[in-house]
Design a protein around this ligand. Structure first.
Ligand code: FES
Length: 116
């Protein structure tokens, strides 16, 4: 059972949750009243951006076309990534909580304040 730690930008622990693999990160955050801002809940608006950290980083990870395109549209991934099917999975990379499915790994999740 993965342990998901939600952190503020300043590093304050917002919550530590024992999660079930297979859930999306956005659903976990919503179920535990984590202040992770979201709008569409369907992976298209780009509001639910987070940064994640886990022990397998750095690595190359697959990314869906939909998540990639939303990240590019919001300037959170370079335009050069448009032809890529994978990204560098590093702690500084923005991801979308709607698209992140929990597995057996423990994650630290940095929750930013809402974008303007
Ligand atoms: S809430 Fe819209 S992309 Fe996640």
């Amino acid at each position: 059972m993965p342990r998901i730690v939600f952190l503020s930008v300043s590093g304050q622990v917002l919550a530590t949750i024992a999660a079930e693999p297979g859930a999306t990160l956005i659903d976990l955050a919503r179920a535990h009243d984590i202040p992770l801002h979201w709008r569409c809940g369907q992976g298209t608006c780009g509001t639910c951006r987070v940064k994640i950290r886990h022990v397998h980083q750095p690595r190359v990870a697959d990314i869906s076309r939909k998540e990639r395109n939303v990240l590019i549209r919001h300037g959170l991934l370079s335009d050069a990534a448009v032809v890529e099917t994978a990204i560098d999975d590093v702690p500084d990379q923005w991801r979308l909580a709607c698209h992140l499915v929990l597995d057996e790994r423990d994650w630290e999740v940095m929750v930013p304040p809402p974008a303007d």
